[in-house]
Design a protein around this ligand. Structure first.
Ligand code: MIC
Ligand code: SF4
Length: 655
């Protein structure tokens, strides 16, 4: 009998497979979401499938990332997304309405439902008892077409929360503590399921903040039960009808249980470079701060921003600091206004942005050279802020508020009495902000509007029988998708233009990459038109952007050989026909170098025969085999066929 929350939801949606860790399962998807930076490509893929109307109960196209309109590109993309939604029966959440995850939780989140979204922080909805997964745009397009979502069944890790958070310590510190303990690799292949006596003190937005940054642990997703707190949240949203109790019936069934005593936590920060560089704030205290940004899908709820407003009431932002607040949704902003929180924030010197992602993805708000920036965001991968050599600390709204007031990293308890923030008895909920789907007949008559930046999906060629190519790049551990294909205000507008965006492939790791590969492909070595990428552990962590698979593929990358992959990137590679290989002996990593010629003999046949260990030849300058290593390929039959055909779209179209 299904006992954990994950199993209960999966069981109720299961289409194929068994709920055993390591087995491929397929289940039905109730909701989908996309955001503008991944949505354009996802809908181009959906259109290529020739389906007349989106199939899920709820399908929403959000616009939250590419909010700066420095030329026609982002505006064209948004118009495309609006007309796509109208044409295919989707909801449309326009720019300024808020961050997809925050808005989805507020307006659509429902316990017991399944959701996939083309954004790695889709698990935020797990705070409200949904089983929600980040996925590539193509997986979302397939779900829109009514296909199930395929997943290798993860292990379920129980996280038992006990105690009560002390004053000035909040949900962000809980997830930072987990990052400190487990690191950015610790959640891989796992679903984190939260339980324990502390849950009664944690509201849905607080839970959502914890579930959100499970993505930084590399977890497949995170989920909370649906209990009284969930009921309270849905009541405030005027959606009592969506409530149902969802509780874990067998806590003994977790593969492993870890415990966090909330009462023992103290304010924490993730130091620059990685979300798991976590130390107590007191260890970084005194670090001078120039910028404080409060917002992102992790920390932009009514509670989070009210705490900041109350902490800043009657105070002034330090003269060195630029404090900027990015509300999570228009609903949050409206309720802040109603609660009288905007005046104290403005008086303190805060700048208030329209709801959206903004600086979290480098869409503005870049810090100055050498400036320390304290952010309540999700990720501080090097350069993600838009500034080279950036110094970004991740912290709770409480710690961020203290940094804004004192101009340095400091324990927020220095701010005195902890303000009490209760959810208001009446919450302003305005259902008109999201445009509902058009009736089917009317929808058929809608013309989808595309600008010149919207370039159709490329044809992807099948895998040859024997593959030969050069090692184009050798990377280390924990390569992020920001390393593979950065975001930021210059590059994000190119998300619907593959030929243009591919010019930025690996530009962070190796600025000469595209030029070098271009020379190779067009130069004398015509036979070696395709390349291989070598990497270390946790390759492809971070964002769900499928451009990090598709752009290298477009340039000719046919395989990636690494020590281990991050889940969503792995799924994206498979979707676009890139062979994902891992070392049988990780020591062989040292035998590979850039510019070597490598070969996979009879790869197509071996792949389709289901072989899971393959010979991988390293050739010498004379073209003869210098060394043979063994590599692993861990794929289902469906995935093998997909790669042989050159990608999922070729499979859907019938090869
Ligand atoms: C991110 O936080 O990195 C993003 C931008 O939201 C991405 C999606 C993208 O690259 O468009 C994510 O988390 O998946
Ligand atoms: Fe937006 Fe940042 Fe959340 Fe990504 S992590 S969805 S960029 S707020």
């Amino acid at each position: 009998m299904a006992k954990t929350i994950t199993e209960q939801i999966m069981q109720a949606h299961l289409v194929a497979g068994r709920l055993e860790p390591g087995a491929e399962v397929a289940f039905k998807i109730d909701h989908t979401l996309t955001q503008d930076a991944t949505g354009t490509l996802a809908y181009l893929e959906f259109e290529a499938m020739g389906v007349d109307r989106a199939k899920p109960e709820v399908a929403v196209s959000y616009v939250d990332h590419n909010l700066l309109q420095t030329d026609f590109r982002n505006a064209d993309d948004h118009r495309f997304l609006r007309t796509i939604a109208a044409r295919y029966g989707l909801w449309f959440s326009p720019p300024g309405n808020g961050i997809s995850h925050q808005v989805h939780l507020e307006r659509f989140g429902a316990p017991g439902k399944t959701l996939i979204g083309s954004d790695s922080h889709t698990p935020t909805a797990g705070g409200g008892g949904m089983l929600a997964f980040g996925a590539g745009g193509l997986d979302v397009a397939l779900a829109l077409a009514g296909q199930p979502f395929y997943l290798v069944m993860p292990e379920i890790l129980g996280v038992r929360l006990t105690g009560k958070l002390p004053s000035w310590v909040s949900a962000k510190d809980v997830i930072l503590e987990l990052l400190r303990r487990l690191t950015v690799k610790g959640g891989r292949g796992k679903i984190l399921e939260y339980f324990g006596p502390a849950l009664k003190f944690l509201s849905v937005p607080e839970r959502a903040g914890i579930a959100n940054m499970g993505a930084e642990l590399g977890a497949t997703t995170s989920v909370f039960p649906a209990d009284e707190q969930t009921g309270k949240f849905l009541r405030l949203q005027g959606r009592e009808a969506d409530f149902r109790i969802l509780e874990n019936k067998g806590q003994g069934d977790y593969a492993q249980v870890i415990e966090v005593d909330l009462a023992a936590l103290e304010p924490l920060v993730a130091c620059p470079g990685s979300p798991d560089n976590v130390v107590p704030v007191r260890e970084a205290a005194g670090t001078e701060v120039e910028q404080v940004l409060i917002g992102s899908c992790a920390n932009s709820s009514f509670r989070d921003l009210m705490v900041v407003a109350k902490a800043l009431t009657g105070r002034q932002v330090h003269p060195r600091v630029s404090l900027e607040i990015n509300p999570g949704s228009r609903q949050v902003l409206e309720n802040l206004a109603l609660a009288g929180a905007l005046v104290p924030l403005l008086e303190a010197g805060a700048k208030i942005m329209p709801p959206g992602c903004w600086g979290c993805i480098g869409m503005g708000q870049a810090p100055g050279t050498g400036a320390v920036s304290v952010r309540t965001f999700t990720r501080n991968f090097p350069g993600r802020s838009g500034t080279k050599g950036d110094l970004v600390y991740l912290a709770s709204p409480e710690t961020a508020a203290a940094a804004a007031v004192f101009g340095e990293l400091t324990d927020p308890r220095r701010l005195g009495d902890y303000p009490k923030v209760a959810a208001p008895r009446r919450f302003l909920v305005n259902g008109r902000h999201i445009i509902p789907p058009l009736p089917e007949k009317e929808a058929r008559g809608v013309e989808v509007l595309r600008g010149p930046n919207i370039v159709p999906f490329p044809e992807l060629t099948p895998l040859p029988d024997t593959w030969r190519g050069k090692v184009w790049l050798k990377a280390g551990d924990n390569v992020t998708t920001d390393d593979i294909l950065p975001a930021g205000s210059h590059i994000l507008p190119l998300r619907s233009n593959l030929p243009a965006i591919s010019q930025y492939t690996f530009s962070r790791l190796d600025p000469g990459f595209v030029q070098r590969v271009g020379d190779l492909v067009s130069g004398e070595e015509q036979v070696l038109r395709e390349g291989a990428i070598i990497g270390g552990e946790n390759y492809g962590q971070g964002s769900s952007r499928e451009h990090a698979a598709l752009a290298p593929r477009y340039l000719g990358v046919r395989l990636k050989l690494v020590k281990s992959f991050a889940r969503i990137h792995l799924a994206n590679l498979i979707n676009f026909g890139i062979l994902p290989l891992t070392f049988e002996d990780p020591e062989d990593y040292h035998h590979l170098h850039e510019d070597q010629v490598v070969e996979l003999p009879h790869i197509r046949e071996r792949l389709l025969n289901g072989e899971d260990r393959l010979p991988f030849n390293i050739l010498g300058p004379d073209g003869l085999k210098e060394r043979e290593i063994r590599v692993k390929v861990d794929l289902s039959d469906r995935q093998r066929r997909m790669i042989a055909l050159g990608g999922a779209l070729n499979l859907v179209r019938g090869g």
